[in-house]
Ligand binder design. Structure first.
Ligand code: HEC
Ligand code: HEC
Length: 201
């Protein structure tokens, strides 16, 4: 029994390692040319509606691309982009974007105080959880817990995602956690935290 348990643990460890090692960043770079048209040649998008991919944790990017490919996450643009990607392509692309650095923008000075407060503390009165509790004090996320990096993300993209979590068009992760967070937020809070995140570094 003890032996079985230990080999199960060893096996789980090995398969995690193998999963992490399937992405080849150099191969991903060659495959990323088409993505750069929207997400930027360096993974920093030039349009506020399109997300930066630079510096994102590879396991999260893999999960997102799988979601678009399977249709679990419905998006006409990314559904078409992901449709032709193989499992290997997805891992290579995710490994490549993880090596790039996100370039944050500037927060709107009129919104940044509310955004920063909400990010760090949440809103007790309306039950908005602290974003920092899951995404980390600097918005770098946590790959082990599958928490995405959100620092420096584009303003309109963040607003769109928070609205999609709130109205259920995007699933909010294990136990739909982002649904509960986003649906408790006011429009003003969503804009303020999106602005704070765009400038966070
Ligand atoms: C025509 C523009 C366009 C192209 C080309 C494109 N994307 Fe996207 N991408 C988008 C848009 C728009 C979204 C936001 C979709 C949404 O709201 O879910 C997005 C979202 C994503 C996301 C989710 C990011 C996050 O933070 O969750 C990933 C990952 C992604 N794209 C990867 C890629 C890869 C890899 C390629 C190349 C194979 C690619 N994209 C090509 C426009 C594009
Ligand atoms: C209980 C943990 C938790 C809390 C609290 C939390 N998040 Fe999240 N967040 C997640 C997880 C997990 C995901 C990934 C969901 C998925 O699988 O697509 C996520 C995804 C996101 C995304 C989408 C990122 C992308 O690239 O598409 C944004 C934006 C976001 N969160 C913003 C926030 C903000 C703002 C707050 C605070 C008001 C917050 N989150 C609080 C766990 C959390």
């Amino acid at each position: 029994m003890r032996f079985l348990l230990m080999s199960a643990v060893a096996f789980a460890g090995l398969s995690t390692l193998a999963a992490d090692m399937t992405g080849d960043a150099d191969a991903g770079k060659a495959k990323a040319t088409v993505c750069g048209a929207c997400h930027g040649a360096d993974g920093n998008s030039i349009n506020s509606e399109w997300p930066n991919l630079a510096g994102q944790h590879a396991n999260y990017t893999v999960a997102r691309l799988n979601g678009y490919k399977s249709g679990e996450t419905k998006d006409p643009v990314m559904g078409a982009q992901a449709a032709g990607l193989s499992k290997q392509d997805i891992h290579d692309l995710a490994a490549y974007f993880a090596t790039l650095s996100v370039k944050p923008g500037e927060a709107n000075p009129e919104m940044v105080d509310l955004g920063a407060q909400l990010y760090r503390l949440g809103n007790d009165e309306t039950n908005v959880a602290s974003c920092a509790a899951c995404h980390g004090p600097k918005g770098r996320g946590n790959p082990v817990a599958m928490m995405p990096a959100i620092a420096g993300q584009r303003f309109n993209y963040t607003i769109n995602q928070l609205n999609a979590f709130a109205n259920g068009t995007r699933y909010g992760g294990i136990n739909n956690m982002m649904h509960d967070v986003a649906k408790a937020m006011s429009t003003e809070e969503i804009e303020a935290v999106a602005s704070f995140l765009e400038g966070l570094h």
